[in-house]
Write a protein that binds this ligand. Structure first.
Ligand SMILES: Nc1nc2c(c(=O)[nH]1)N[C@H]1C(S)=C(S)[C@@H](COP(=O)(O)OP(=O)(O)OC[C@H]3O[C@@H](n4cnc5c(=O)[nH]c(N)nc54)[C@H](O)[C@@H]3O)O[C@H]1N2
Ligand SMILES: Nc1nc2c(c(=O)[nH]1)N[C@H]1C(S)=C(S)[C@@H](COP(=O)(O)OP(=O)(O)OC[C@H]3O[C@@H](n4cnc5c(=O)[nH]c(N)nc54)[C@H](O)[C@@H]3O)O[C@H]1N2
Ligand code: SF4
Ligand SMILES: [Mo]
Length: 738
């Protein structure tokens, strides 16, 4: 007997990978609705922009653990016992329970956490829904990564610039360490610049991949970047290396800044940073003398005690050296007139000023909250034509620490409903024990996820999400640049999965907000966003793979800058009005002590994983089976620690375990703790799949003395700790012990 086979269908398209946040456009192929292959782009210009996480996408998207059906909690919260229910039932119940929370405590009792880049289709609909409801408490990983940098850059010149690495003759990397399998497109741009002869300056306590290839490596003490940059600024001013015409015509506050940096003579800076004075001066000269120099965004200064000053100093250096909005400098791209931005979809005029003022963080740490956005609004409208313009989603957020306090303790008011979309909240902010308490104290938790993470285990409802190969999208770099990149669906999502667009639309309709959510499909939303260009999504897809407008330079000559003075504010009038120091300064972190003699820093991303993800993907996990602490050989010898053994990293506030990796490239006196480790293979045997065993968030504490004043950013880069040998943690599998 012969069986008749239906012919199989193969679909190939351009898809934007969302496994990490840099968004490479790749070639995706699916057979019969199932993703089978990811290949490099067919254009040689971008074909190298791919890493082995991207090519592993079929393994991720088709993984046996992938969530496919909505789940409802059975038994106690965190017990990880579930009942399968339909999407419709889940949405009905979520809406009903959210309504009850809002009726009892007000809309400010809802908090939402998402980073948005991996779910793609949020399109500002989270904020749209929240604004219509009157809910200001939206938090995100972008508060620790680029979103907050955008908010701080706006204080100085009203925009977050994108570096023109392709034309720069000097690239400064403050810790930032793009490499072949980490932020590959930026790595390729830096390599291209090197081939053209550009100089690179790397500031890092470790001999990182970028440091190995640098013209100059400053092996800085962790947590002292602001001091170093104060030193650079002083050298540049003292030696007259700044762009005098630009400073005269376009900057305010130069004299005040000069007086401030006089407090940081190089000997003092050398003492704070542990870098020799001559090398600090040499680096400042190389940067200032270059014909086109960039300081690409770095997460390092997003996560320090004086983050606001450290980020402001980068913006100040860009302006002083005349590198703003010029070829080979830092481009202030502005918004596209032919594309509706997320900010436009977010409807920030719908939430009342009274509700905006309830946003947690508004009073105490206002820089990336509504409070500062309200102050900048007329200036953003004047220059960019958009009053609520948002970049990297980071310009009107709540402060996560304050949100978790409100969730845990009801202080200053109760927050009782929590929705996480594509965010492993428990491990992705500081103070994991507080987050845990916060989550245990909720009336409603929804997780929109593709895998059962520790955070999802704590939810009432877990909704399966779609993935990038299954949805149409146009990536717009979150208004950081003006590029539009096509992303095509080639595979079919699980039947009961939803996009985040679908989730917000269906929730809004159930909550009586349906008139503001008229779109039925993702394609209709894309039509709406493209409408000013006169194109539909179908036409865009036919004609365009990537749309990169030709940049215009020195636009400020016509418009001024989007600040209260219309100039670059070296001394920030907004910071002054908010009651903060308008000039940058260095604030030292708690020093190592006799009991805790090392400086611990979080970070050094691992090639096989993005943040807390992919520990369950065999092909990736086998490349890095266990978490590692890095330590210098002399320190390891002193502590009696051998490479490969397990150790416990202890601070005053907690402890985590990992394997020792002895690395000659570490600066002595420093310990690296990895971010994002949990153990999916221990689900069912360890509490929350080992979420507390190795996660840096257990150690990163957010008490007031460890928070940046202006943004309320926690200090991840240099806090006191010590290492002691220990047995492998209980319940670990052979893979983990690798
Ligand atoms: N303690 C601590 N916190 C940190 C950091 C740190 O170093 N230490 N780093 C910070 C930084 S730099 C960043 S960028 C942020 C990152 O914050 P996030 O980008 O929110 O990253 P994760 O928390 O790992 O959560 C991502 C989740 O999205 C899920 N996911 C992936 N694709 C999809 C999808 O298509 N749909 C849906 N619904 N879900 C999907 C993954 O399974 C994963 O659980 O964290 C910040 N937080
Ligand atoms: N494979 C992979 N790639 C990724 C990611 C991932 O998870 N996996 N995540 C992406 C994301 S969201 C981000 S934010 C980036 C982060 O990636 P990077 O910007 O490269 O940041 P990290 O890897 O955390 O750390 C980079 C360097 O900072 C140094 N460092 C530590 N403390 C300090 C300090 O106080 N000052 C200075 N100057 N340097 C310090 C460390 O020694 C390390 O070499 O990577 C992106 N790329
Ligand atoms: S660098 Fe890798 S994981 Fe990140 S978007 Fe590109 S292919 Fe995907
Ligand atoms: Mo990040």
């Amino acid at each position: 007997m012969t069986l008749a086979h239906a012919p199989s269908t193969t679909r190939t398209g351009y898809s934007v990978c969302t496994i990490c946040d840099i968004g490479c456009q790749l070639r995706a192929t699916a057979v019969d609705g199932r993703l089978t292959e990811i290949k490099p782009h067919d254009s040689p210009a971008v074909a190298r922009n791919i890493c082995y996480k991207g090519t592993a996408a079929p393994k991720i998207h088709n993984h046996a653990d992938r969530l496919r059906v909505p789940l409802k909690r059975v038994g106690e919260r965190g017990g990880d016992r579930w009942e399968e229910i339909s999407y419709e039932q889940a949405m009905d119940e979520i809406a009903e329970r959210l309504r009850a929370v809002v009726d009892q405590h007000g809309p400010e009792a809802l908090a939402v956490s998402t980073s948005g880049w991996n779910t793609q289709t949020t399109y500002g609909f989270d904020r749209r829904f929240m604004n219509l409801l009157g809910a200001p408490n939206w938090i995100s990983g972008v508060s620790l990564c680029a979103g907050n940098t955008a908010a701080v850059n706006r204080l100085t010149y009203g925009w977050m610039p994108f570096p023109d690495i392709g034309n720069a003759s000097c690239v400064v990397l403050l810790g930032h360490n793009p490499r072949k399998h980490s932020w590959t497109p930026i790595y390729n741009l830096i390599e291209g610049a090197r081939r053209r002869g550009a100089k690179t300056i790397v500031v890092d306590p470790r001999v990182s991949d970028q440091a190995e290839r640098a013209t100059l490596h400053l092996q800085i003490r962790a947590g002292t970047d602001a001091a170093l940059l104060l030193g650079w600024t002083k050298v540049i001013i003292d030696e007259g290396l700044y762009d005098k015409d630009f400073v005269r015509d376009w900057c305010v506050g130069f004299d005040e800044l000069s007086a401030r940096v006089d407090e940081y003579p190089l000997e003092r800076v050398a003492e704070i940073t542990g870098v020799k004075a001559e090398r600090i001066a040499e680096a400042a000269r190389i940067y200032a003398d270059a014909d086109g120099a960039v300081i690409p965004w770095t997460p390092i200064t997003d996560q320090q005690l004086d983050s606001t000053s450290a980020i402001r100093l980068q913006s100040i250096l860009r302006a002083l050296t005349g590198n703003l909005d010029v070829v080979g400098g830092e481009l202030l791209s502005g918004v596209r007139p032919d594309w509706r931005s997320e900010a436009e979809l977010q409807l920030h005029d719908e939430i009342s000023p009274q509700q905006r003022a309830k946003q947690l963080g508004y009073e105490k740490h206002p820089v990336y909250t509504y409070r500062t956005a309200e102050m900048l609004k007329p200036h953003l409208e004047r220059v960019w034509g958009e009053p609520w313009v948002d970049q990297v989603m980071g310009c009107h957020m709540a402060n996560p620490t304050e949100v978790f306090r409100a969730m845990a303790d009801g202080d200053p008011y109760p927050v009782k409903a929590f929705i996480a979309l594509g965010n492993n909240t428990l491990l992705s902010y500081p103070n994991q024990h507080q987050i845990h308490r916060a989550l245990l104290n909720q009336d409603l938790i929804v997780a929109h996820e593709i895998f059962m993470t520790p955070t999802a285990m704590l939810a009432d409802y877990v909704l399966p999400g779609d993935v990038f190969s299954e949805r149409n999208h146009i990536a717009d770099a979150w208004a950081w640049s003006t590029r539009l990149t096509l992303s095509e669906a080639v595979a079919d999502p699980p039947e009961q999965a939803s996009s985040t667009f679908r989730f917000w639309t269906d929730l809004a309709r159930r909550m009586g907000l349906g008139e503001h959510f008229p779109w039925e499909t993702l394609e209709e939303v894309l039509d709406h966003r493209l409408e000013p260009s006169g194109r539909t999504f179908a036409e865009f897809r036919e004609s365009t793979v990537m749309d990169v407008p030709v940049p215009k330079f020195r636009k400020y000559r016509k418009t001024g800058f989007a600040t209260p003075s219309g100039k670059v504010e070296l001394s920030s009038s907004i910071l002054a009005d908010l009651g903060f120091d308008p000039l940058p300064y260095h604030r030292p972190a708690p020093a190592p002590t006799e009991d805790y003699p090392y400086r611990v820093f979080s970070g050094v991303r691992e090639d096989p994983f993005f943040q807390t993800g992919q520990r369950n993907i065999g092909v990736l996990r086998r490349r890095s089976p266990a978490p590692q602490f890095f330590i210098h050989p002399d320190d390891a010898a002193r502590e009696g620690l051998a490479d490969g053994q397990w150790a416990r990293l202890e601070t005053e506030h907690g402890h985590v375990a990992a394997k020792i990796s002895v690395q000659a490239g570490m600066r002595p006196g420093h310990i690296r703790v990895p971010h994002g480790w949990w153990y999916p293979e221990t689900r069912g045997s360890l509490e929350l799949a080992g979420a507390f065993v190795s996660s840096d968030a257990v150690l990163t504490i957010d008490t007031d003395e460890l928070l940046d004043h202006e943004q309320g950013i926690p200090h991840f880069k240099g806090y006191p700790g010590r290492l002691v040998p220990c047995d492998p943690p209980d319940g670990m599998s052979a893979t983990t012990l690798g």
